[in-house]
Design a protein around this ligand. Structure first.
Ligand code: HDE
Length: 723
């Protein structure tokens, strides 16, 4: 029997009710903003009867009912003529574009580059001429292997891609947080990425290198060994995008007005220092907050704590290149900072979040070949290959050669050319002449070449036969891996060993595990022994090396995270677990000390509504205990009442909060009421110098000052029995 519809059942209150409109107006910054292109109806907004902006179709037709499709009878079929329904579903069906084949998961922000030292004597690049001048920038950080929806704390390289909208065109430095790469020739890139991505028959594992195919490829690719040291180090599990380095990786050239060139390597150095998490912590963060890194960047910018990096340059000439132990065109090698110091010439600040993730972070198109007059490539065969790949991939991903018309990709400087048409062309050249040369005269003839200011390649005279060959000068695969390993502090070396054992323990074929250990023998005998022991393997023979590894390269402090720690808690986050009845004065003192240290705090309480403190005031909570595990914080403190503390001592999530913080070598503040929790976790006899008693308000300042080293690594041998 047909049911008679009632008006109430058939419709929902429109979301643009005046109440919703008022609420939206009070949080304007979170409202979506659509910038309609000029001249396409965007200047004025259609107003609905209740005074708010009218919902329209994409054709601009005002919509009367967005809740129900058009039917023949209340329970009848939907009609083809429902153009609003069809347009809405059609558009939804086509919302996805192919994700990036690598670096699919990323997060971007806007900011600026400011020059602090002029390079006018070295390069004619406009961006490097005038001290104090700012250039708009967009930066996208990423993981490499995982797909778009993967988690942030994968063990992986991080992309660090910077688009600089200079006055002479867009310059992209498409770099990573690690200064070397797995391979020397772009020819091997598809193999490397196939091996790292989920195995093709089963479609897993996602966002991890801990599987047979990856280590099979790597163990057959000795040139990867230097990179293996870096990705097995804590560099591959950064605490935040804000606390990691960036590198241009390849050697580039800076070119002056006379065409003279200087070699250059680009470095981004974080103002807040380097920091990483522990592996066991990374695994748990991925469950607790898969968006940990993007949320961190979003929150820091929102709070006005703008992430900042210094731009550093290693500049050198042909004589240095000729005398250097390795080939400067080999992207598996660094130039130690002790050999060529990093000269700081500017700063990069990220001060604006994206308005729309898709429009900006997803559609931004970085291309290594986006360089500007005054910058040039070298013959690094990895870079040369990349120069083909990036333009090609944008066509696939964004679907049209007109991706430069998208606001995030468009130059900010004036531009003029004769390129036209194509899918989604938004601005074709005006006028009659769309070719060159033409004789229509300056006014309507369109743009002309500029031999003075235009981009010129460095004049080079390549010599030799046409060959498919790897140069002899690329043959040393181990020496810099040794140098990296000996530059690490003991705790960092231990983490490298742990990471190798973990990764290789997920490899099913013992011969692959063994082949990797045979490479490690060319890097460090103790490391190889530790890994073999951890895997339960007999130590194999060392791998045959094309060039005998050197052990005389001096350690470089710049390669260690711990040696470059910030010695400050600024920009970090304390997790403060409180219960009802807790000491309000002590809590206020901790909050004030954290604020003074330029750091952040999150309150965790048994209920998200907050805790009623001893003085009767309610302290709002950011997280409920199981929503705010200690892995999300750099350090933790707990302040409870006797009653609340007893409850914590019985609560599994509260016990995890403390035991994890302890296991991850965090500094811990233990306020009143925490005895039951400490004994409930069995840690009473283990508390060490990284644990601080917070008895009264006066203790808060000393506690927060003590957080500066970020971790109490001395604890690790006690909590990790492999140590
Ligand atoms: Fe990339 N890389 N890459 N890469 N790469 C891409 O371009 C490629 C390499 C890097 O946030 C792709 O737009 C080849 C080194 C970053 O949008 C693709 C080779 C370094 C990003 C591509 C390399 C990088 C990419 C996929 C070997 C550090 C993300 C989507 C020759 C210096 C940019 C895209 C963003 C992205 C190709 C090696 C950094 C397919 C062929 C070395 C940060 O074009």
């Amino acid at each position: 029997m047909a049911k008679k519809p009632t008006r109430a059942a058939a419709t929902r209150a429109p979301s643009n009710s005046s109440q919703a409109g008022a609420a939206a107006a009070s949080s304007v910054t979170e409202m979506p903003v659509f910038d309609a292109p000029q001249g396409q109806g965007g200047e004025t907004r259609q107003v609905a009867g209740n005074g708010v902006e009218a919902l329209t179709t994409a054709q601009g037709v005002p919509v009367a009912d967005d809740q129900n499709s058009l039917k023949q009878g209340a329970r009848g079929p939907t009609l083809m003529e429902d153009f609003h329904f069809r347009e809405k579903i059609f558009h939804f069906d086509h919302e996805r574009i192919p994700e990036r084949v690598v670096h699919a998961r990323g997060f971007g922000a806007h900011g600026f580059f400011e020059l602090t030292e002029s390079l006018a004597d070295i390069t004619r690049a406009d961006i490097f001429q005038r001290v104090g001048e700012r250039t708009e920038a967009f930066v996208r950080f990423s993981t490499v292997a995982g797909s778009k929806g993967s988690f942030d704390l994968a063990r992986d390289v991080r992309g660090f891609a910077v688009k600089l909208y200079t006055k002479e065109g867009n310059w992209d430095i498409v770099g990573n947080n690690i200064p070397v790469f797995f391979i020397q020739d772009a020819m091997k890139f598809p193999d490397l990425i196939h091996a790292a991505k989920p195995e093709p028959d089963r479609g897993f594992p996602q966002a991890q290198t801990a599987h047979d195919n990856f280590w099979d490829f790597i163990s057959l690719t000795p040139e990867s060994m230097h990179m293996v040291m870096w990705i097995m180090s804590d560099r591959a599990i950064p605490r935040s995008f804000r606390f990691m380095d960036g590198f241009g990786v390849h050697t580039f050239r800076l070119v002056d007005a006379d065409g003279r060139s200087t070699f250059v390597k680009f470095h981004w150095k974080p103002k807040r220092g380097l920091q990483s998490v522990a592996w066991n912590e990374a695994v748990k963060i991925n469950g607790a907050d898969p968006d940990f890194h993007r949320r961190d960047l979003w929150a820091a910018i929102k709070a006005g704590d703008f992430p900042e990096w210094e731009l550093g340059l290693q500049l050198f000439d042909q004589d240095f290149a000729d005398s250097f132990d390795f080939d400067v065109l080999d992207a598996t090698k660094i130039i130690p900072e002790e050999l060529v110091p990093v000269r700081i010439v500017g700063r990069l600040v990220l001060d604006r979040r994206v308005d729309n993730f898709f429009a900006e972070t997803e559609q931004v198109a970085f291309c290594t070949q986006n360089i500007v007059p005054g910058i040039d490539f070298t013959n690094d065969p990895l870079l040369q290959g990349r120069n083909f790949s990036y333009l090609d991939t944008q066509l696939k991903r964004l679907g049209s050669p007109n991706f430069t018309h998208l606001p995030v990709n468009a130059p900010r400087c004036p531009f003029a050319h004769f390129q036209q048409d194509g899918h989604m062309a938004m601005r074709n050249p005006a006028g009659r002449a769309n070719y060159e040369p033409n004789s229509w005269g300056a006014a309507i003839g369109g743009p002309r070449e500029d031999p003075e200011r235009g981009f010129k390649s460095v004049a080079a005279s390549p010599e030799g036969d046409k060959l498919r060959i790897r140069p002899e000068s690329f043959a040393d695969h181990y020496s810099q891996a040794v140098q990296f390993y000996v530059s690490q502090t003991p705790i960092e070396q231990k983490h490298i060993g742990d990471a190798l054992v973990f990764e290789l323990s997920k490899v099913e074929r013992p011969d692959i595990r063994s082949r990797m250990v045979s490479h490690l023998l060319n890097i460090d005998g103790d490391l190889a022994g530790t890994v073999a022991r951890g895997l339960g393997l007999a130590v194999p023979k060392p791998a045959q090396a094309a060039v005998q590894p050197r052990t005389d390269l001096p350690p470089s402090d710049a390669l260690s995270i711990v040696k470059r720690g910030p010695q400050s808690f600024a920009g970090r986050k304390l997790g403060l677990l409180v219960t009802d009845g807790a000491d309000a004065a002590l809590i206020q003192a901790v909050l004030a000390a954290v604020d003074k240290a330029d750091a952040m705090v999150e309150i965790i309480a048994p209920r998200i509504g907050g805790a009623t403190l001893f003085d009767g005031n309610i302290l709002g909570a950011h997280q409920k205990i199981d929503g705010g595990p200690s892995v999300l914080y750099d350090a933790v403190a707990i302040v409870a009442s006797d009653e609340g503390g007893k409850m914590l001592g019985r609560d599994a999530a509260a016990k995890d909060f403390l035991t994890d913080a302890f296991a991850h070598c965090k500094f811990i503040g233990l306020g009143p009421g925490t005895e039951a929790l400490v004994s409930g976790t069995g840690l009473a006899g283990d508390l060490d110098d990284g644990c601080f008693a917070l008895k009264e308000a006066a203790d808060a300042t000393a506690f927060v000052a003590a957080l500066a080293p970020l971790r109490f690594w001395e604890r690790e041998p006690l909590v990790d029995l492999d140590a």
